[in-house]
Design a protein around this ligand. Sequence first.
Ligand code: SF4
Ligand code: SF4
Length: 450
Amino acid sequence: MQVKSFRGGVHPPTEKKYTEKKALVAMPPPGRIVIPLRQHTGAPTNAIVKIGDHVAAGQCIAKGPGFITTTMHASISGEAVSIKQRNHPVFRSCDAVEIKSDGKDEWVYGKKHPRERLDDIAPDEIKKIVTESGIVGLGGAAFPTHVKLSPPPEKKIDLYILNGAECEPYLTADDRVMQERTADIILGLRLMMKAIGVTRAIIGIESNKPDSIRALTASVAGVPGVTVHALHTKYPQGAEKQLIRVLTGREVPRGGLPMDAGVAINNVGTALAVAEAVIEGKPLVERAVTVTGSAIAEPKNVIVRLGTSFQEVIDFCGGFSKPPVKLLMGGPMMGIAQYTTDVPVIKGTSGIVALAAQDVRIVESQTCIRCGQCVNACPMYLLPSTLGILCERHKFEEARALGLMDCVECGCCTYVCPAGRPMVHMFKFGKLELFKQDQKKRAQAQKDKK
Ligand code: SF4
Ligand code: SF4
């Protein structure tokens, strides 16, 4: 089996030891959930339930307008008790539906399709089920999956890539899902291939997950067109553009999408969600989350109902063993720092990482010393040092011209910088300012038209 790699990147300590041998364990349904109406890329959803309504687990409670959006479902049965602004792990706050459990955990399911009759299901039906089940990419970006399964006709896609890299340090939920739900992942992959009309697929897994590589390789033995490739263990091996380049030699053009390189790509957890939606009629109401870090008493890989508070999930893992100095949603490279545990698990929550003082390096940002380490580390061939200085000086258009929008916010430059410069923060700030400027220009252009 060939081990493949890409240019740039870094080798942070993987720290997967806390949970890589821990089997997935389902957390009991919580007494209360908070479902934010925005958990995905695209238009926010609108609640379709009212305060006082009774809902069942699996029932749709919110829908979004247009095509690039999704649906939200209750993950427990009970009563909708509030619809108001709540804490959000990404957007700080957002409108959300709160549901108080009735303790019965009653479910409604969509239509079930027997495993043995899956060849009968039409591509459009698969897309319809994926749309109605609220499935989004579970690798972190939370892009609606039905959109990926419906590329414009002029985009010729000839390859599906299933992303099992899980390159973020600490996280192991995908690794466990690959070992424990192998057959369903392959089933989900085959359904997505059918939906998009593709006959060839590659599953990419970092070489530090030998059990997953073995399990999936054995499982695809009789599946035509599907192969498993071991990837070099290097961060950010799981970034879409890097993975596509490594596995196919193709480049996603600047500002383009995987479909521009003839590829459709999804995370292994997403494939599992697709299989569950089609076979069991179960919408996306729970996901695998790695709860780990030196401040967690009993690190675990947990199946969590969406909307459960971080605090409850942490309590399920024995609570904090040491005072947490840093709490993250996601891994330490791209994760989002949290200021409270009163935030809900959402569709994009791949991990909850709580670090004690010994694992947190607090450095004061200094002037760039032009060492060039960030340039060597950048997998997107950018000049992070220059981009950082331009963003600092509010020269956003110059930064755009130098490729700011191509930055995938992987954090490699921040990781290697000896001057402790908060590069990703500066890039996020620069992108946000450009977004605001562009929005203003569009609004002005609309006014001028009238
Ligand atoms: S500039 Fe962006 S893409 Fe390049 S290393 Fe830094 S965060 Fe990653
Ligand atoms: S790694 Fe840091 S100090 Fe070195 S060139 Fe890049 S920004 Fe400057």
